[in-house]
Design a protein around this ligand. Sequence first.
Ligand code: NAD
Ligand code: ZN
Length: 374
Amino acid sequence: MKLTLQLPETPSRTSDIIIEDGPFVRYPEFLKPYIGKRLDYWIWDSRVWRLWQNGVKEGGWPDLDSGRVVLFSAMEANKRLFALEELAGKLIGAGADRGSVLVAVGGGVTGDVVGLLASLFMRGIPHCQIPTTLLAQVDSSIGGKTGVDLPEGKNLIGTFHQPLATWMHPRFLETLPYEGLRQGMAEVIKTAMIGDEVLWKYLESHSFSIRRREREALERVITACCILKTRVVEMDEKESGLRRVLNLGHTVGHALERLSEYQLPHGEAVAIGLVVAAKISVRMGELPQEDLDRLVRLCIAWDLPVQLPGDTDPDAVVYALMTDKKRIGSRLHFILPVSIGKVRECSDLDLTLLKDVLSSLRGGKVSRFPLSRD
Ligand SMILES: NC(=O)c1ccc[n+]([C@@H]2O[C@H](COP(=O)([O-])OP(=O)(O)OC[C@H]3O[C@@H](n4cnc5c(N)ncnc54)[C@H](O)[C@@H]3O)[C@@H](O)[C@H]2O)c1
Ligand SMILES: [Zn+2]
């Protein structure tokens, strides 16, 4: 399955997304047209390299002996500017120049770092992405956002740099621990809630197939998510409007992550954020209670939390929301679901209602992390 992200610029640009379950042997055939005469340099998440170096041998992927493979210890703590300097140094040592192309193999951390590096290296060179986590396959590798973190917050330094091509292979998910699958599923549930009721019903009836990593189920889920994200990004590449719908569940989610000093995993924070947004919408008389119940059931099926930890201070959450460094203006913008598969933007959310909903949703076991302000 091939999707093409069309970016309405002059001259217009495209970014291809290929989702396929064929043998790895197809790699040379797939990437060659994009790489052309450029020399390809591969930056692999070192863990993924350990797990897959033998698996990809069959396809003639470059190995360490080629001098064109650089390993990167992918973790959030290494998603920093120093990683760019280190990787750029290794690339130059390996002979990369303005005529090179980078290929990122790994999860969202690798994709974000290599994307940013590609946009800066020799003032910008092309890159391709081969995402290997569910989160990266359904979300982070599409849309061209790149970035690294600062001590002051996540993704505060970044660019938009669309990959030439992104190749999703569900087979990589065979080695992804359940924890990674679960965190990624929060984004899948979010995507279905934003704009795909058919996907939602599929998730309701196929959680076992997905959990068992059945290729067909994974391919189905990845494809649906890629289609929706591609559609949204095409209409609003730089997040000036429509792309904000992708933030469903993320407003409160980010606040909870910040309050926990990033100890609360992103997927869990998003799941709670989705439930908060849905409950606000129910309280406003927009979302039917039945749809909120379906969301809760789906999250529980994936062991995702549906309540705020019992010791969460609603005032601290609101404070974190209001002081978010990426917030625009003084009002609280919220994406609210109005039905499964449909959302709307609320540009001035009533703070009393928000606090009320946050209080009513407290009850989860006391958090391992202090979700209150000192
Ligand atoms: N650019 C965007 O639009 C965007 C969107 C959402 C999230 N993000 C970013 O994505 C990052 C999170 O991505 P992630 O969850 O993929 O994290 P990650 O890249 O850190 O991967 C998570 C863990 O899984 C391991 N891993 C990767 N692939 C594997 C595989 N196939 N088998 C076994 N282990 C594997 C990694 O080594 C790592 O330990 C965050 O930094 C977030 O800010 C970016
Ligand atoms: Zn997210």
